[in-house]
Design a protein around this ligand. Structure first.
Ligand SMILES: Nc1ncnc2c1ncn2[C@@H]1O[C@H](COP(=O)(O)OP(=O)(O)OP(=O)(O)O)[C@@H](O)[C@H]1O
Ligand SMILES: [Mg+2]
Length: 432
């Protein structure tokens, strides 16, 4: 027997409440709106007698909201959304709610859903064993993938461009890769890759992680796949509507990254620009933090790609922000990348000038330099593809590939011992 709460249109509520009672369940609350249902669930407390097990709600904005979901997550109440048409389906998907049924479904269908633990390890394993045999290697259980955060100050220095193309190059080198978007100000990976962002994958992963239900199989259900001849990788899209940033809390983001490590070899995350600790500008210690997702990602990351724009304004912004960055993450984990290198904005021998400025004013040595290449980037943005697909011979693609090979992938001999040995042997034969 389950204790059930309902937030449904009147007719469906009457029908399903009757059916639920007939099947031996207890209906502990019937509420006309998500807001009232959230207040009732909150009122039960987490361990109070009679607190509900399941909420069955219509997938409309009136009956299902992000705040209802977070209260249910906190109280351990499972949520099943009933869908009446495409708009409802999108609404549920946009909140990362995957457990759905038709609004006019028979109770027996719901009974079948109630009989299985939602997204519990057993169900997931059965459902996905076959489907994921190829995509999850046997050794995945022991894998500790690397997390790479791509960060940069305000002024659009190229964080998203770098994040997408680093992911693409890592995948092209044969690694399994997930690309995630936690930019709570201007998340744009989905549109840049021509993907739907109606169902933000990273937020959905965070919701499940918050409820301790995020598994690798679940990540593959939520993630969208970027397919191409060169490289395929998973994408966890970001939140298109900035108002939804509270869903990406520090705890949830950290838990999601932990799962990502056991899922893929590399998780590349596009972060927001701001490193301000919101608690320093707000007296409410319990308020959600807008920069929490980026700061947590930077702290969790094994490598931080710090991107600056190579013009006088971009450089000075970068140097100021770099001081804050190294207060947040150890300097040894930071790889500085200067993007959009061009003589027209900085003078003759621009790479040398930029290197000198970084060294003199920031003590930064050995930054990677990426050339200004509007034609390459325009080809990529026009087609919604990576540079490897849209402009494989462009100078910008060549530079990012070199950055990935020299700074992020393990040294060549470890990666391809056989081919390397063969090449050496061939040379020796040739020179003998
Ligand atoms: N090397 C480059 N050469 C030419 N244009 C570039 C280069 N890198 C990025 N751009 C362009 O600069 C613009 C900003 O890039 P991008 O969106 O990657 O920046 P961002 O730091 O993610 O910005 P936002 O603050 O909007 O998140 C885009 O139009 C992109 O195509
Ligand atoms: Mg961006």
């Amino acid at each position: 027997m389950a204790r059930i709460v309902l937030a449904l249109p009147f007719e469906a509520e009457d029908r399903l409440a009757l059916e639920a009672i007939r099947h031996g369940h207890e209906v502990v609350a019937r509420c006309p709106t998500a807001h009232e249902l959230a207040a009732r669930i909150d009122g039960f407390g987490t361990s109070g007698d009679g607190s509900p097990d399941v909420a069955i709600v219509a997938a409309t904005e009136r009956h299902l909201t992000a705040s209802l979901l977070s209260i249910c997550d906190e109280a351990g109440v499972r949520v099943i959304a009933l869908i009446d048409g495409e708009v409802d389906r999108r609404h549920a998907a946009s909140l990362g709610l995957l457990e759905t049924a038709d609004l006019d479904a028979d109770w027996t269908d719901l009974e079948r859903m109630l009989a299985v633990t939602p997204f519990g390890p057993e169900q997931i394993e059965q459902e996905h064993e076959q489907e994921h045999e190829d995509s999850i290697p046997q050794s995945a259980a022991e894998r500790r993938g690397m997390v790479i955060a791509v960060w940069g100050p305000a002024g659009a220095p190229g964080r998203t461009t770098l994040a997408i193309n680093i992911a693409a190059e890592l995948a092209a080198a044969g690694a399994s890769v997930a690309l995630g978007d936690v930019d709570t100000y201007s998340g744009s990976i989905a549109p840049a890759l021509g993907m739907l962002d109606e169902a933000p994958g990273f937020a959905a992963a965070c919701r499940l992680a918050g409820a301790d239900s995020l598994t690798r199989a679940e990540l593959e259900r939520i993630g969208q796949r970027y397919h191409s001849g060169h490289s395929s990788f998973w994408v966890l899209t970001g939140i298109g509507r900035p108002s939804r940033w509270p869903e990406l809390s520090a705890h949830r983001v950290a838990a999601t990254l932990t799962q990502c490590r056991s899922w893929v070899d590399f998780t590349v995350i596009d972060t927001g620009f701001s490193l301000e600790h919101d608690e320093e500008i707000s007296s409410d210690l319990f308020a959600p933090r807008r920069n929490a997702a980026s700061i947590t990602t930077l702290r969790e990351a094994d490598r931080v790609i710090a991107v600056g724009a190579a013009d006088p304004v971009g450089l000075s912004r970068f140097l100021r922000a770099h001081v804050d960055l190294v207060e947040t993450v150890a300097e040894g984990r930071v790889i500085v990348v200067m993007n959009k290198i061009r003589a027209t904005a900085i003078g003759l021998k621009p790479a040398g000038q930029v290197a000198q400025t970084l060294s003199r004013f920031g003590g930064i040595e050995s930054a990677a330099m990426i050339p200004f290449d509007p034609a390459g980037l325009d080809a990529a943005i026009l087609s919604g593809r990576s540079l490897a697909d849209a402009a494989p011979r462009s100078p910008v693609r060549t530079a990012i590939r070199e950055l990935v090979a020299s700074r992020l992938l393990p040294p060549e001999p470890e990666r391809r011992p056989r081919r390397r040995l063969k090449a050496v042997r061939t040379r020796q034969v040739g020179t003998a």
